[in-house]
Design a protein around this ligand. Structure first.
Ligand code: ASP
Length: 585
């Protein structure tokens, strides 16, 4: 028997017991003739005491950090108790020990998080995973997984696996492909999601499917993406959007309560995509704070009368003039304002400047455009923004899309600066009524905003006959958003062959191409397909959010780096000539 107990288990009630422990040597401290060792495993740390009598043995085979050892001994009460660890009241007086395996000196310390950088941590991921932070993250991930499964099981969902070697299911990203040896010159694609399979399962009548499943997307790894990531993927039939939103709001609340002990009692607010763009400048609004965008002018239409009749060319010529009222910042100094100007000029933001109006505490106004707007006009603008005394109004002007995006960023930045984006506050919501299509300027064509299996709102189906009206069509598509991050999305699906054909045609696919690529799905729709819909939540992201961290990487046991490489395996890598030949490459 390797051990009678683990390293996190022993307490005062074990005092006097003979025990056997096994684990990793975290530290070795010699005090005169006595040696203390912290022995670690997944469960915790237990202090070992090697008395003078064992010195000879320790000298003959010294212990080093990360050695794997087994010890037999007796549990004693500690004279010097350590309240910081659960086993801190006891220690093991070692009678005999054996080294099961020695270890090289690890490239970074295990007991703390100071490290030699990401690449080193990734290369020695198995050591990184021994550290407390990653261990906590992995435990949390497991708990979220279990909690999701418990909830969905309780709601009658079945976990059904779907294949990884498939044919491309476009969801807006590039596919990873796998050459087929048995079918030389042909390729499988790895699924971007199980989208078409879960729809087929609905055709099979397997109402309420879920899977916690890997998805593969060959994207540039901007920000915090991984080429393979995990989704909680779900589908239901005979449901309306409302049923889906309620079911998954329930899931979110259940997991939150289970894992964080926080009870979210309020119903998630619902916001249309149009409102989100109008008020927050993006489709994943952070509603922990107000500071909504004030649309003084948008796509050429003036909503704030005070802008009319001025000689200020910048506003007159701009397609859009957007404002935010930042509370409490009326005393911003010249230096702070200059610094904000530099901030909006950064290439990621791309504006040429920011106009400001200070709503002084005494009721007067001071602005960078005093020349063009007198006190009365400035007051009108402040009223338009609902800005009270003590507020700083920030104004961006320019082309609609760019300005709105920039204002969305500026709002978040001011939220950060004012400490309004408190990570301990959770404000989930649903964004609904997404447009069905999105015009892609680069390829000059209409694309599916969600994916091509998303249904238009039934009353808007007739608009699909007129390409000039594609932009007006909305879908029963929805995203779950938490604190400015999209954590999932889905839609009610098309389930009739003719509508699906129409959709593919709208996306510029010929009848033949649609039949070739999606004949299996459209064929299935001819054999009794029920109305259905679903969604997928980003599992890695959800875990990171619940763990109070931004990056998903440390919630994945073996992630890839920014270049999509597994640094530990050194993958991707070349394959040998024989393998290539066999694959016909
Ligand atoms: N397959 C979709 C996605 O991966 C989710 C869904 O529509 O259910 O985003």
């Amino acid at each position: 028997m390797y051990r009678t107990h683990n390293c996190g288990e022993l307490r005062e009630n074990h005092i006097g017991s003979a025990v056997t422990l096994a684990g990793w040597v975290q530290t070795v401290r010699k005090f005169g003739s006595i040696t203390f060792v912290d022995l670690r495993d997944r469960y915790g740390i237990t202090q070992l005491v090697f008395s003078e009598q064992l010195n000879g043995l320790l000298d003959a085979s010294p212990l080093g950090r990360e050695f794997v050892i087994q010890v037999k001994g007796t549990v004693l009460e500690r004279s010097n108790k350590n309240a910081k660890i659960p086993t801190g009241n006891i220690e093991i007086s070692v009678a005999e020990f054996s080294i099961m395996n020695s270890a090289k000196t690890p490239p970074f310390t295990i007991e703390e998080d100071t490290d030699g950088g990401d690449e080193l941590r990734m290369k020695y991921r198995y050591l990184d995973l021994r550290r407390p932070t990653l261990k906590r993250n992995m435990e949390l991930r497991y708990k979220v997984n279990r909690s999701v499964r418990n909830y969905l099981d309780g709601q009658g969902f079945w976990d059904i696996e779907t294949p990884f070697l498939i044919r491309s299911t476009p969801e807006g990203a590039r596919d990873f492909v796998v050459p087929s040896r048995m079918n030389e010159g042909q390729f499988y694609a790895l699924p971007q999601s199980p989208q078409t399979f879960k729809q087929l399962l609905m055709v099979s009548g397997y109402d309420r499917y879920y899977q916690i499943v890997k998805c593969f997307r060959d994207e540039d790894l901007r920000a915090d993406r991984q080429p393979e990531f995990t989704q909680i993927d779900c589908e239901m039939c005979f449901v309306e959007q409302e049923d889906i939103l309620n079911t998954f709001e329930g899931l979110f609340k259940h997991v939150f309560n289970d894992v964080k002990g926080i009870e979210l009692t309020e119903a998630f607010p619902r916001m249309t995509f149009a409102d989100a763009m109008w008020q927050y400048g993006n489709d994943k609004p952070d509603i922990r704070f107000e500071m909504k965008i004030q649309n003084a002018k948008a796509t050429g239409q003036v909503f704030c009368k005070a802008l009319e009749g001025s000689d200020f060319k910048v506003f007159n010529e701009a397609e859009s003039v957007l404002m935010i009222a930042v509370p409490g910042c009326w005393e911003y100094t010249r230096k702070q304002l200059d610094e904000l100007t530099e901030w909006v000029k950064r290439p990621q933001i791309g504006m040429s400047g920011v106009v400001n109006i200070k709503c002084n505490i005494d009721g007067t106004f001071k602005s960078s455009v005093d020349k063009f707007f007198n006190e009365e006009k400035l007051k009108d603008i402040a009223d338009f923004c609902g800005a009270k005394a003590g507020t700083l109004i920030l104004i961006l002007a320019g082309a609609e899309t760019r300005t709105r995006k920039a204002m969305s960023e500026l709002r978040l930045e001011m939220g950060n600066r004012l400490g309004l984006r408190n990570p301990a506050i959770y404000r989930p919501l649903w964004v609904i009524d997404f447009p069905l299509f999105e015009y892609d300027e680069e390829s000059n064509r209409w694309m599916a905003r969600h994916h091509p299996f998303t249904s238009p709102k039934p009353e808007q189906i007739p608009l699909m006959d007129d390409m000039s009206r594609y932009g007006e069509i909305n879908a029963n598509a929805y995203d779950m958003v938490l604190n400015g991050t999209e954590i999932g999305g889905g839609s009610i699906r098309i389930f009739q062959r003719d509508l699906q054909e129409k959709m593919f045609a709208a996306l510029g696919m010929s009848k033949e191409e649609a039949q070739d690529k999606f004949g299996f799905l459209m064929g299935a729709f001819e054999y009794g397909a029920p109305p259905h819909g679903g969604l997928a939540l980003g599992f890695d992201r959800l875990c990171a959010l619940l763990g109070g961290q931004e990056s998903i990487r440390d919630f994945i046991a073996f992630p890839k780096n920014n270049a999509g490489r597994d640094v530990m395996l050194d993958a991707p890598s070349d394959i040998d000539a024989g393998q290539k030949k066999e694959l016909g490459l």
